[in-house]
Design a binder for this molecule. Sequence first.
Ligand code: HEC
Length: 182
Amino acid sequence: MKLTSLVLIAALGGLALVGGCVRSKPESTTSSVKFDTGLPMTEFMGHVVDPAAFGFWKGSGTEETVGGTRELAPTTAEGWEALETSAAVLFEAGNMLQIPGRARDPVDHWNKYAQDLSARAAEGKAAAFKHDKQAVFETGAKIYQVCEACHAEYVIGPQIKTTGPAQGAPLPPWPTDLAARR
Ligand code: HEC
């Protein structure tokens, strides 16, 4: 009896599988996807990328206080976890940057920066997971370099093209007494 029912179940299962195969036309997994890129890039940077980056950076290095030098690395499990969280947001931000409609031309450069952001954020997350202060510091610097590189190409470059190089005053002149001694 037991055997029979097992066989029956197997047979039914097989049928169900066959039926499933016949019925299910391969459904496009992308047909229902709709990305909403209505959040402007400045908002995305200011409210997603920047807070996550600072959330990660604030957990490494040192700070000079009246009481002496203070280490900024987390001292609690929650603190390390918070660094991991920030790194995870940056990791996903790399994906979000590549969403069609958000990526900018030249799109291959843009996507490379975004992918670098995810890759370095993944390293940062792993470093935080290991509670490795030095690695968190170093990956933080690497993340910063990606921000800078993308901004150089997509923010500062275009600005210079439209408004010319920064018009600000050059450095102030030397005070006369110092200038006399030079
Ligand atoms: C793939 C390119 C890219 C990467 C990577 C990138 N940014 Fe940006 N960021 C931009 C662009 C483009 C703008 C300017 C917004 C615009 O032109 O609409 C910007 C603007 C900003 C702004 C100014 C927002 C405002 O309100 O004007 C901040 C802050 C910022 N980014 C932070 C960061 C930080 C921090 C990182 C790294 C963790 C980073 N960004 C990585 C492309 C990038």
